[in-house]
Design a protein around this ligand. Structure first.
Ligand code: SF4
Ligand code: SF4
Length: 345
Protein backbone atom coordinates (compact mmCIF):
# COMPACT_ATOMS: atom_id res chain seq x y z
CA UNK A 1 0.00 0.00 0.00
CA UNK A 2 1.25 3.49 -0.84
CA UNK A 3 1.26 5.84 2.17
CA UNK A 4 0.69 9.27 0.65
CA UNK A 5 0.82 11.00 4.03
CA UNK A 6 4.43 9.84 4.46
CA UNK A 7 5.62 11.09 1.07
CA UNK A 8 7.69 14.31 1.16
CA UNK A 9 8.02 14.42 -2.65
CA UNK A 10 11.80 14.15 -2.32
CA UNK A 11 11.95 12.30 -5.66
CA UNK A 12 14.58 9.79 -4.52
CA UNK A 13 12.50 6.81 -5.64
CA UNK A 14 12.76 7.94 -9.27
CA UNK A 15 16.17 9.61 -9.23
CA UNK A 16 17.92 6.62 -7.62
CA UNK A 17 16.08 4.07 -9.79
CA UNK A 18 18.60 2.33 -12.08
CA UNK A 19 16.14 2.20 -14.96
CA UNK A 20 14.58 5.68 -14.84
CA UNK A 21 17.42 7.62 -13.23
CA UNK A 22 15.49 10.90 -13.54
CA UNK A 23 17.14 14.23 -12.66
CA UNK A 24 15.91 15.48 -9.27
CA UNK A 25 13.39 18.05 -10.58
CA UNK A 26 11.84 15.58 -13.03
CA UNK A 27 11.74 12.87 -10.36
CA UNK A 28 9.79 15.16 -8.04
CA UNK A 29 7.37 16.37 -10.68
CA UNK A 30 6.70 12.90 -12.16
CA UNK A 31 6.03 11.47 -8.74
CA UNK A 32 3.64 14.32 -8.00
CA UNK A 33 1.81 13.49 -11.25
CA UNK A 34 1.46 9.91 -10.09
CA UNK A 35 -0.04 11.05 -6.80
CA UNK A 36 -2.50 13.32 -8.59
CA UNK A 37 -3.44 10.55 -11.04
CA UNK A 38 -2.06 12.49 -14.04
CA UNK A 39 -0.32 10.89 -17.02
CA UNK A 40 3.34 10.14 -16.22
CA UNK A 41 6.20 8.54 -18.15
CA UNK A 42 6.85 6.39 -15.07
CA UNK A 43 3.99 3.97 -15.77
CA UNK A 44 5.52 3.19 -19.18
CA UNK A 45 9.19 3.05 -18.15
CA UNK A 46 9.17 1.35 -14.74
CA UNK A 47 10.25 -2.30 -15.04
CA UNK A 48 8.56 -3.22 -11.71
CA UNK A 49 11.72 -4.25 -9.85
CA UNK A 50 10.15 -2.99 -6.57
CA UNK A 51 13.49 -1.54 -5.46
CA UNK A 52 12.08 1.95 -4.88
CA UNK A 53 10.02 0.58 -1.97
CA UNK A 54 13.39 -0.04 -0.29
CA UNK A 55 14.90 3.25 -1.50
CA UNK A 56 12.18 5.51 -0.08
CA UNK A 57 13.49 7.08 3.14
CA UNK A 58 9.92 7.51 4.44
CA UNK A 59 8.75 3.92 3.84
CA UNK A 60 5.92 5.26 1.71
CA UNK A 61 6.03 2.30 -0.77
CA UNK A 62 6.24 4.29 -4.01
CA UNK A 63 6.18 1.17 -6.18
CA UNK A 64 2.71 0.34 -4.90
CA UNK A 65 1.47 3.66 -6.30
CA UNK A 66 3.33 3.20 -9.60
CA UNK A 67 1.88 -0.29 -9.93
CA UNK A 68 -1.64 0.96 -9.19
CA UNK A 69 -1.32 3.68 -11.85
CA UNK A 70 0.10 1.17 -14.35
CA UNK A 71 -3.08 -0.85 -14.02
CA UNK A 72 -5.50 2.11 -13.94
CA UNK A 73 -4.05 3.68 -17.06
CA UNK A 74 -3.32 0.44 -18.95
CA UNK A 75 -0.06 2.04 -20.06
CA UNK A 76 2.34 -0.63 -18.81
CA UNK A 77 3.66 -2.10 -22.07
CA UNK A 78 3.49 -5.79 -21.13
CA UNK A 79 3.23 -8.02 -24.19
CA UNK A 80 -0.27 -9.47 -24.69
CA UNK A 81 0.92 -12.95 -25.72
CA UNK A 82 3.11 -13.19 -22.63
CA UNK A 83 0.07 -12.25 -20.57
CA UNK A 84 -1.78 -15.27 -21.96
CA UNK A 85 1.19 -17.51 -21.06
CA UNK A 86 1.16 -16.18 -17.53
CA UNK A 87 -2.53 -16.95 -17.16
CA UNK A 88 -2.03 -20.49 -18.43
CA UNK A 89 0.79 -21.14 -15.96
CA UNK A 90 -1.37 -19.93 -13.08
CA UNK A 91 -4.03 -22.53 -14.01
CA UNK A 92 -1.78 -25.59 -13.84
CA UNK A 93 -3.75 -28.35 -12.05
CA UNK A 94 -3.01 -28.61 -8.35
CA UNK A 95 -1.42 -31.64 -6.82
CA UNK A 96 -0.63 -32.81 -3.31
CA UNK A 97 2.09 -35.45 -3.15
CA UNK A 98 1.86 -37.12 0.23
CA UNK A 99 5.22 -37.73 1.87
CA UNK A 100 6.34 -39.70 4.90
CA UNK A 101 4.41 -39.35 8.16
CA UNK A 102 6.00 -36.77 10.45
CA UNK A 103 7.96 -35.13 7.64
CA UNK A 104 7.44 -31.45 6.71
CA UNK A 105 5.13 -29.93 4.12
CA UNK A 106 6.63 -27.82 1.34
CA UNK A 107 4.83 -25.52 -1.09
CA UNK A 108 6.59 -25.75 -4.45
CA UNK A 109 4.05 -23.65 -6.40
CA UNK A 110 4.83 -23.85 -10.09
CA UNK A 111 8.25 -25.49 -9.98
CA UNK A 112 7.77 -28.17 -12.58
CA UNK A 113 10.07 -31.04 -13.39
CA UNK A 114 9.77 -30.31 -17.11
CA UNK A 115 11.08 -26.75 -16.79
CA UNK A 116 13.51 -27.20 -13.92
CA UNK A 117 14.64 -30.83 -13.94
CA UNK A 118 16.40 -32.14 -10.85
CA UNK A 119 15.56 -29.15 -8.68
CA UNK A 120 13.38 -31.03 -6.19
CA UNK A 121 15.58 -34.11 -5.99
CA UNK A 122 17.96 -35.33 -3.31
CA UNK A 123 17.88 -35.68 0.45
CA UNK A 124 16.62 -32.13 1.06
CA UNK A 125 13.28 -33.13 -0.44
CA UNK A 126 13.02 -36.83 0.43
CA UNK A 127 9.79 -37.72 2.20
CA UNK A 128 8.32 -34.21 2.15
CA UNK A 129 4.68 -33.65 1.33
CA UNK A 130 4.63 -31.22 -1.59
CA UNK A 131 1.93 -28.82 -2.77
CA UNK A 132 2.00 -27.66 -6.36
CA UNK A 133 -0.21 -26.06 -9.02
CA UNK A 134 -2.72 -23.24 -9.29
CA UNK A 135 -4.28 -23.59 -5.81
CA UNK A 136 -0.87 -22.78 -4.34
CA UNK A 137 0.04 -20.11 -6.88
CA UNK A 138 1.31 -16.80 -5.53
CA UNK A 139 -0.55 -13.81 -6.91
CA UNK A 140 2.39 -11.45 -6.33
CA UNK A 141 3.64 -11.86 -9.90
CA UNK A 142 0.65 -9.79 -11.02
CA UNK A 143 2.49 -6.65 -9.93
CA UNK A 144 4.88 -7.31 -12.81
CA UNK A 145 2.21 -7.50 -15.48
CA UNK A 146 0.11 -4.43 -14.69
CA UNK A 147 -2.54 -6.28 -12.68
CA UNK A 148 -1.79 -5.23 -9.12
CA UNK A 149 -5.45 -5.41 -8.09
CA UNK A 150 -5.30 -9.23 -8.23
CA UNK A 151 -3.05 -9.15 -5.18
CA UNK A 152 -6.16 -8.51 -3.11
CA UNK A 153 -7.60 -9.65 0.20
CA UNK A 154 -9.84 -12.31 -1.34
CA UNK A 155 -7.04 -13.97 -3.33
CA UNK A 156 -4.59 -13.83 -0.43
CA UNK A 157 -7.23 -15.29 1.90
CA UNK A 158 -7.94 -18.11 -0.61
CA UNK A 159 -4.25 -18.95 -0.81
CA UNK A 160 -3.86 -18.97 2.97
CA UNK A 161 -7.00 -21.17 3.24
CA UNK A 162 -5.66 -23.64 0.69
CA UNK A 163 -2.44 -24.04 2.64
CA UNK A 164 -4.33 -24.14 5.96
CA UNK A 165 -6.35 -27.16 4.76
CA UNK A 166 -3.22 -29.23 5.30
CA UNK A 167 -3.74 -28.64 9.02
CA UNK A 168 -0.05 -28.58 9.89
CA UNK A 169 1.92 -26.35 12.25
CA UNK A 170 4.39 -25.10 9.65
CA UNK A 171 4.85 -24.97 5.90
CA UNK A 172 8.12 -24.48 4.04
CA UNK A 173 7.93 -22.26 0.95
CA UNK A 174 10.36 -23.09 -1.82
CA UNK A 175 9.16 -20.17 -3.93
CA UNK A 176 9.79 -16.90 -2.09
CA UNK A 177 6.77 -15.17 -3.66
CA UNK A 178 4.45 -17.62 -1.88
CA UNK A 179 6.22 -16.91 1.41
CA UNK A 180 5.66 -13.20 0.74
CA UNK A 181 1.89 -13.73 0.29
CA UNK A 182 1.45 -15.56 3.61
CA UNK A 183 3.68 -13.12 5.52
CA UNK A 184 3.81 -9.57 4.07
CA UNK A 185 0.46 -9.50 2.24
CA UNK A 186 -1.45 -11.52 4.84
CA UNK A 187 -0.32 -8.94 7.41
CA UNK A 188 -1.27 -6.05 5.13
CA UNK A 189 -4.79 -7.45 4.73
CA UNK A 190 -5.13 -8.46 8.40
CA UNK A 191 -5.44 -12.13 7.52
CA UNK A 192 -4.76 -14.71 10.20
CA UNK A 193 -2.28 -17.38 9.11
CA UNK A 194 -2.81 -20.56 11.16
CA UNK A 195 0.61 -22.08 10.43
CA UNK A 196 4.20 -20.89 10.68
CA UNK A 197 5.63 -19.99 7.26
CA UNK A 198 9.22 -21.18 6.83
CA UNK A 199 11.38 -19.34 4.31
CA UNK A 200 13.51 -21.53 2.04
CA UNK A 201 16.68 -19.95 3.50
CA UNK A 202 15.58 -21.05 6.99
CA UNK A 203 14.83 -24.57 5.84
CA UNK A 204 18.20 -24.95 4.09
CA UNK A 205 20.15 -23.42 6.99
CA UNK A 206 18.47 -25.64 9.57
CA UNK A 207 18.90 -28.74 7.41
CA UNK A 208 22.62 -28.04 7.03
CA UNK A 209 22.99 -27.47 10.77
CA UNK A 210 21.27 -30.78 11.51
CA UNK A 211 23.43 -32.64 8.99
CA UNK A 212 26.70 -30.83 9.64
CA UNK A 213 28.60 -34.14 9.66
CA UNK A 214 27.76 -34.56 5.95
CA UNK A 215 28.79 -31.07 4.85
CA UNK A 216 31.89 -30.61 2.75
CA UNK A 217 32.79 -26.91 2.75
CA UNK A 218 32.80 -25.62 -0.80
CA UNK A 219 35.47 -22.92 -0.36
CA UNK A 220 33.90 -20.98 -3.16
CA UNK A 221 33.25 -17.31 -3.93
CA UNK A 222 29.73 -16.77 -5.21
CA UNK A 223 27.62 -13.90 -6.46
CA UNK A 224 24.02 -14.00 -5.31
CA UNK A 225 21.09 -12.71 -7.34
CA UNK A 226 18.20 -11.88 -4.97
CA UNK A 227 14.73 -12.12 -6.53
CA UNK A 228 12.54 -9.02 -6.55
CA UNK A 229 10.26 -10.72 -3.97
CA UNK A 230 13.06 -10.17 -1.44
CA UNK A 231 11.93 -6.50 -1.34
CA UNK A 232 8.98 -7.68 0.76
CA UNK A 233 11.00 -9.89 3.14
CA UNK A 234 12.67 -8.77 6.35
CA UNK A 235 15.46 -10.46 8.25
CA UNK A 236 16.15 -13.30 5.82
CA UNK A 237 19.36 -11.97 4.29
CA UNK A 238 21.12 -12.70 7.57
CA UNK A 239 19.81 -16.28 7.43
CA UNK A 240 21.22 -16.65 3.91
CA UNK A 241 24.59 -15.30 5.05
CA UNK A 242 24.59 -17.85 7.86
CA UNK A 243 23.78 -20.64 5.41
CA UNK A 244 26.60 -19.56 3.10
CA UNK A 245 29.04 -19.58 6.01
CA UNK A 246 27.93 -23.07 7.05
CA UNK A 247 28.66 -24.47 3.58
CA UNK A 248 31.92 -22.57 3.15
CA UNK A 249 30.76 -20.01 0.63
CA UNK A 250 31.82 -16.37 0.43
CA UNK A 251 29.12 -14.04 -0.94
CA UNK A 252 31.14 -11.47 -2.86
CA UNK A 253 30.43 -7.78 -2.20
CA UNK A 254 29.07 -6.19 -5.34
CA UNK A 255 26.90 -3.31 -6.52
CA UNK A 256 23.92 -5.39 -7.66
CA UNK A 257 23.31 -7.49 -4.56
CA UNK A 258 21.19 -6.91 -1.44
CA UNK A 259 19.47 -3.48 -1.58
CA UNK A 260 21.16 -2.77 -4.90
CA UNK A 261 19.89 -5.85 -6.77
CA UNK A 262 18.78 -5.53 -10.37
CA UNK A 263 15.70 -7.04 -12.00
CA UNK A 264 16.64 -10.41 -13.58
CA UNK A 265 15.45 -9.08 -16.94
CA UNK A 266 12.35 -11.26 -17.28
CA UNK A 267 9.93 -8.34 -17.08
CA UNK A 268 11.97 -6.31 -19.57
CA UNK A 269 11.92 -9.30 -21.94
CA UNK A 270 8.10 -9.05 -21.98
CA UNK A 271 7.86 -5.26 -22.37
CA UNK A 272 7.02 -4.18 -25.92
CA UNK A 273 9.11 -1.04 -25.47
CA UNK A 274 12.36 -2.79 -24.49
CA UNK A 275 14.55 -4.14 -27.29
CA UNK A 276 16.36 -7.50 -27.07
CA UNK A 277 19.67 -5.59 -27.06
CA UNK A 278 18.62 -3.42 -24.15
CA UNK A 279 17.36 -6.43 -22.20
CA UNK A 280 20.68 -8.22 -22.82
CA UNK A 281 22.67 -5.15 -21.74
CA UNK A 282 20.90 -5.01 -18.37
CA UNK A 283 21.39 -8.73 -17.78
CA UNK A 284 25.08 -8.39 -18.63
CA UNK A 285 25.50 -5.52 -16.16
CA UNK A 286 24.47 -7.96 -13.45
CA UNK A 287 26.68 -10.77 -14.76
CA UNK A 288 29.78 -8.61 -15.27
CA UNK A 289 29.36 -7.02 -11.84
CA UNK A 290 29.47 -10.54 -10.39
CA UNK A 291 32.49 -11.53 -12.45
CA UNK A 292 34.41 -8.37 -11.62
CA UNK A 293 33.73 -8.97 -7.92
CA UNK A 294 35.62 -12.26 -8.24
CA UNK A 295 32.71 -14.71 -8.17
CA UNK A 296 33.36 -18.29 -9.31
CA UNK A 297 29.69 -19.17 -9.28
CA UNK A 298 26.39 -17.37 -9.80
CA UNK A 299 23.61 -18.35 -7.42
CA UNK A 300 19.89 -17.85 -8.01
CA UNK A 301 16.68 -18.56 -6.13
CA UNK A 302 13.63 -17.68 -8.20
CA UNK A 303 12.66 -20.07 -11.06
CA UNK A 304 11.70 -17.07 -13.21
CA UNK A 305 15.20 -15.55 -12.94
CA UNK A 306 17.04 -18.73 -13.89
CA UNK A 307 16.57 -19.13 -17.68
CA UNK A 308 17.77 -15.63 -18.59
CA UNK A 309 20.86 -15.57 -16.39
CA UNK A 310 22.31 -19.09 -16.13
CA UNK A 311 23.72 -19.27 -19.68
CA UNK A 312 25.16 -15.76 -19.48
CA UNK A 313 26.87 -16.58 -16.16
CA UNK A 314 28.28 -19.80 -17.60
CA UNK A 315 29.61 -17.95 -20.65
CA UNK A 316 31.56 -15.66 -18.30
CA UNK A 317 33.11 -18.60 -16.45
CA UNK A 318 30.77 -18.64 -13.46
CA UNK A 319 28.95 -21.91 -12.76
CA UNK A 320 25.24 -21.18 -12.25
CA UNK A 321 23.46 -22.78 -9.29
CA UNK A 322 19.98 -22.74 -7.87
CA UNK A 323 20.49 -22.15 -4.16
CA UNK A 324 19.19 -25.57 -3.08
CA UNK A 325 21.51 -27.22 -5.59
CA UNK A 326 24.48 -25.37 -4.10
CA UNK A 327 23.49 -26.85 -0.74
CA UNK A 328 23.17 -30.29 -2.34
CA UNK A 329 26.69 -29.87 -3.68
CA UNK A 330 27.91 -29.17 -0.14
CA UNK A 331 26.07 -32.33 0.96
CA UNK A 332 28.19 -34.16 -1.62
CA UNK A 333 25.28 -34.99 -3.90
CA UNK A 334 25.64 -35.38 -7.63
CA UNK A 335 23.72 -32.75 -9.61
CA UNK A 336 22.56 -34.88 -12.51
CA UNK A 337 20.90 -31.96 -14.29
CA UNK A 338 23.63 -29.39 -13.62
CA UNK A 339 23.67 -26.63 -11.03
CA UNK A 340 20.82 -24.66 -12.56
CA UNK A 341 18.65 -27.34 -14.18
CA UNK A 342 20.56 -27.38 -17.45
CA UNK A 343 23.61 -29.27 -18.60
CA UNK A 344 26.17 -27.11 -20.38
CA UNK A 345 28.73 -28.64 -22.77
S1 SF4 B 1 7.66 7.97 -2.26
FE1 SF4 B 1 9.38 8.18 -0.87
S2 SF4 B 1 11.19 8.40 -2.18
FE2 SF4 B 1 9.39 8.76 -3.47
S3 SF4 B 1 9.07 10.97 -3.43
FE3 SF4 B 1 7.82 10.13 -1.77
S4 SF4 B 1 9.12 10.19 0.06
FE4 SF4 B 1 10.48 10.47 -1.70
S1 SF4 C 1 9.96 -0.39 -9.34
FE1 SF4 C 1 12.12 -0.40 -9.96
S2 SF4 C 1 12.06 0.29 -12.09
FE2 SF4 C 1 10.12 0.92 -11.17
S3 SF4 C 1 10.46 3.00 -10.43
FE3 SF4 C 1 10.81 1.59 -8.72
S4 SF4 C 1 13.05 1.25 -8.74
FE4 SF4 C 1 12.46 2.07 -10.75
Amino acid sequence: MFYEERCTLCGECLSKCYYLSYPEAKAKSEFEKLIKGEDSSVTRECVTCIRCNNICPENANPFDLISKRQEETGTFPFNKDRLINYDMVSKIPSKITIGDPGKSVMGVALIQKARLPGVLEGQLFEGLTTLSGGDYFSWVGNVHIGRQSLVNKENVQNLVDNYAKLNVDEIIFYHEECYVVVTYFAKEFNIDVPFRPIHIYEYLRDYVKEHSDQVKKLNMKVAYHPPCSSRYVNGMDEVLDELFELIGVERVKRKYDREGALCCGSVQSAMDTVSKEEEHEWRMKNIMDAKEAGAEAFVLLCPVCIPGLRGRAKAQGMEPYILSNLVRLALDEELTHGGAAKKFD
